[in-house]
Design a protein around this ligand. Structure first.
Ligand SMILES: [Zn+2]
Length: 112
């Protein structure tokens, strides 16, 4: 098995529609720290000898930089952002989204 880990920080705005009073309902920004883990089996490297090109991961995550995340994700909680990125990135096995220092969401598909 091979794993690629890439961590990036993007500055992105969002607001949330919540069923309780919260400051998060107003548009505001975070420096989102996002870690992407991609994984393939021993024989899964591509013709270039890679799991996935780091540049391809960067291109997908950078869509969020200086953007309004509500333009990409309907309810852009850290949880929903993690799932969105998981579905966009080839061979993705795990996404970590840290909204502020100490507040992090991890998404991995359920294991049965
Ligand atoms: Zn927020």
């Amino acid at each position: 098995m091979y794993e690629v880990h890439k961590t990036m920080t993007v500055a992105g705005a969002h607001h949330l529609n919540l069923n309780y009073e919260s400051r998060c309902s107003s548009l505001h920004g975070h420096n989102w720290r996002i870690t992407v883990v991609c994984r393939v089996k021993d024989d899964g490297l591509d013709v270039n000898g890679m799991v996935v090109d780091f540049t391809d991961i960067k291109k997908i995550v950078n869509k969020f930089d200086h953007a309004n995340l509500n333009d990409f994700v309907v309810q852009p909680t850290a949880e929903n952002i993690a799932k969105y990125l998981y579905e966009e990135i080839p061979h993705c096995a795990r996404i970590e989204v840290e909204e502020t220092e100490g507040n992090k969401v991890v998404y991995e598909p359920d294991r049965d």
